[in-house]
Ligand binder design. Structure first.
Ligand code: 5GP
Ligand code: MG
Ligand code: MG
Length: 179
């Protein structure tokens, strides 16, 4: 069972649910005069996005993008690569990017600039924020939970594509990395 690999739970299923209700109400109000495009960043944002949009009682559309951090040579260059683009016209639209976590901030800085360049008004909601990891200047507009600088899994977040289906966010046991 997946749970055996978890050292500690950082954010419980119940806490995530309550936060989604709270953020949903705020977003519903902030976007009441427009039809936002809720843009999930694949693949980690899927559970959070599904939870969040249920609690926004108003007009909205959804779409997805896939990006990846580009690793060239021996170390990560910090470059971000666009893997799959949106399928929606975005000029003049209000876009809410939904992310699982912000660490260095590179992914979101890249995405925000790309979408703004195309004429969208862009805001960011993230389930988790690790502010200690930041190397570029970018802040989310809405944050679920601020967490310490630890590698976490669950509720969409993976280790080597595993653990995305855990219903909570937790820290892996050290021995799992050594397997
Ligand atoms: P950033 O570009 O802000 O450094 O990183 C964003 C991406 O890195 C996230 O969308 C996520 O895929 C990955 N990431 C950053 N921190 C963690 C973490 O603690 N756990 C997992 N599973 N992924 C992380
Ligand atoms: Mg992500
Ligand atoms: Mg990942």
């Amino acid at each position: 069972m997946l749970e055996q690999d978890i050292k500690k739970v950082l954010v419980s299923e119940e806490q995530i649910h309550e936060k989604a209700v709270e953020l949903g109400k705020i977003l519903q109000n902030d976007y009441k005069n427009t039809t936002p495009l809720i843009l999930g960043i694949l693949r980690g944002s899927v559970p959070f996005m599904a939870e969040l949009i249920k609690h926004i009682d108003g007009e909205l559309e959804i779409d997805f993008m896939t990006v990846s951090s580009y690793h060239g040579g021996t170390k990560s260059s910090g470059e971000v690569k666009l893997i799959m683009d949106v399928d929606t016209a975005i000029n003049g639209r209000d876009i809410l990017i939904v992310e699982d976590i912000i660490d260095t901030g590179r992914t979101l800085k890249y995405l925000k600039e790309l979408l703004e360049h195309r004429g969208a008004r862009v805001k960011i909601v993230t389930l988790l924020d690790k502010p200690e990891g930041r190397v570029v200047e970018i802040e989310p507009d809405y944050t679920g939970f601020t967490i310490p600088n630890e590698f976490v899994v669950g509720f969409g977040l993976d280790y080597d594509e595993h653990y995305r289906n855990l219903p909570y966010v937790g820290v892996l046991k050290e021995e799992v990395y050594k397997k």
